[in-house]
Design a protein around this ligand. Structure first.
Ligand code: NAD
Length: 489
């Protein structure tokens, strides 16, 4: 049975979760969580201060030794139970994501399926942590290599994928035998709170997962990061905050995983299947209303196709209904807040003053909420401001190129290196591009790369480490090597 919005919100816990208990926060005022489609408050929730943050770390530290000893099968079973519970409640999670973040309900359902897959994937990986045993090259000793949990981890997540960014960290941490404190973004914390209730129901022991919601992220996080009981920090968010956290982590030489910003190039070659390229472009640009680290940020299109490509994208964008995400007809929701909308306007205006043209959109949509018209910008000049920044909204700048070398030079001309997309039907060119594009991931003839079974992550200023895939659990494991003399001597 589908719940009404108020019935759903009444089910969401509003307190901190520390040592297996829901408790009040000691921060100044409660946090008001807003619906970005209306600007109205959905719920008020607890606000943690630094004392609460350290209490959460104490809980994670105290539960750490016992959780590391829980058998891999039992850890796996708990994750699997959480997966089944989220699946059974997928409509509730989808509605909550859509309400607090604004994405269309169909996309929110997609996030639930994708995000929940990390719980299933890592429930499977929990029982496959392995090591090796072999002879030293001289034959005089035996070398044993084993893996053990890093220890208490601190996870900080962004607002744009409220479920998937949490499960992508909680899943591998728990599977590896690490306890965790998670701090969701203050703009969209409700989904993490509902997920925590699921873990409680799945039988997760007290202290293994602790949740702090706070409006004072820097002040509440800093003492946790400088506390010697913490062994790992895992962050998803902007590069500027990631750099700051790396600086803080350096003092304790913490293990770090950083999933940071992106500036994805989307290349369309003269031999591309144009229909497929436009479909891929719409997906890569407008998924999450353009607010994804993987969002196509720069369309780099061969000059022979650039006008046709731009016109087709503009037409498709003009046909997409804007609205509140929970309305089933909505194809594009609002951006997250007024600041995000102002940033889009600034980037569009800069592009025009630098010689680009607006083919469609370029403006605010009047009325409630933070809506921005889907926008195509053509004849954007290399070096324009918009090509150097993460746009984070439904704005598509199109740059022309003449040959492959120029396309690759333009694509790699950024400090970021998360993902690239390329459309070509020439197999050899496709293989060349994979080798020459400086990104951690490439979508070859597709606009979507995310998958729980794949190692997600970037190079350059897009981050350190990988989430998901066979690699994901290793972010939470330390290698231990043991030397043993040859037992026959
Ligand atoms: P943000 O960096 O502003 O915030 C991310 C998180 O960090 C939030 O929880 C925030 O409260 C917290 N935070 C901010 N300052 C902090 C500080 N000084 N100490 C501790 N915590 C702090 O990013 P955002 O606006 O929430 O998310 C958008 C950004 O995230 C974009 O740059 C996007 O590319 C990136 N992102 C990256 C990935 C990826 O996997 N690479 C995925 C999603 C989003």
């Amino acid at each position: 049975m589908t719940l009404t919005e108020s019935e759903l919100l009444a089910k969401v816990p509003t307190q901190l979760y520390i040592a297996g208990k829901w408790i009040a926060g000691h921060g100044k005022n409660p946090i008001s969580v807003e619906d970005p489609a209306t600007g109205k408050t959905l719920l008020q929730i607890a606000n943690a201060n630094s004392t609460d943050g350290l209490a959460a770390l104490t809980a994670a530290d105290e539960a750490s030794a016992a959780w590391a000893k829980v058998s891999p099968r039992e850890r796996s079973d708990i994750l699997r139970r959480a997966f089944e519970l989220v699946k059974a409640r997928s409509e509730e999670f989808a509605m909550l994501i859509s309400l607090e973040m604004g994405k269309p309900i169909a996309e929110a359902r997609g996030e639930v399926a994708y995000g929940n897959e990390f719980l299933r994937w890592f429930s499977e990986e929990a029982v496959r942590i392995s090591g090796r045993y072999g002879s030293s090259p001289e034959g005089t000793g035996r070398m044993l290599v084993t893996q053990r949990p890093v220890g208490p981890a601190f996870a900080i997540t962004p607002w744009n994928f409220p479920l998937a960014m949490a499960t992508r960290k909680i899943g591998p941490a728990l599977a590896a035998g690490c306890t965790i404190v998670i701090k969701p973004a203050e703009l969209t914390p409700l989904t993490t709170l509902l997920l925590t209730a699921v873990f409680e129901e799945a039988g997760l022991p007290a202290g293994v997962l602790n949740v702090i919601t706070t409006s004072t992220s820097a002040e509440t996080s800093a003492p946790i990061i400088s506390d010697s009981r913490l062994r790992k920090i895992t962050f998803t968010g902007s590069t500027s905050v990631g750099v700051r956290l790396l600086e803080q982590s350096a003092k304790q030489v913490l293990r770090t995983s950083m999933e940071l910003g992106g500036n994805a190039p989307f290349l369309v070659f003269e031999d591309a299947d144009l229909d497929a390229a436009v479909d891929g472009a719409m997906l890569a640009k407008l998924r999450n209303i353009g607010q994804a680290c993987t969002a196509a940020n720069r369309f780099i299109v061969h000059e022979s196709l650039a006008d046709e490509f731009a016109n087709r994208m503009a037409k498709r964008m003009e046909e997409m209904p804007l609205g509140r995400g929970v309305n089933p007809d909505t194809k594009i929701g609002p951006v997250i807040n007024e600041k995000a909308r102002e940033n889009l306007k600034r980037l569009v205006d800069a592009t025009v003053s630098e010689g680009g043209e607006i083919l469609t959109g370029g403006t605010y949509v009047s009325g409630d909420g933070y809506f921005f018209a889907p926008t195509v910008l053509t004849n954007v000049k290399p070096g324009s401001t918009i090509l150097n920044e993460e746009i984070f909204g439904p704005v598509a700048p199109i740059v022309r190129f003449k040959d492959e070398d120029e396309a690759i030079r333009l694509a790699n001309d950024t400090v970021y290196g998360l993902v690239s997309y390329a459309y070509t039907q020439d197999l050899k060119r496709g293989l060349r591009l994979i080798e020459r594009l400086d990104t951690g991931m490439t979508g070859l003839n597709t606009g979507l790369v995310s998958n729980a079974a794949a190692p997600f992550g970037g190079v350059k200023q897009s981050g350190l480490g990988r989430e998901g895939g066979l690699e994901g659990i290793h972010e939470y494991l330390e290698t231990k090597y043991v030397m043993i003399p040859d037992p026959s001597l």
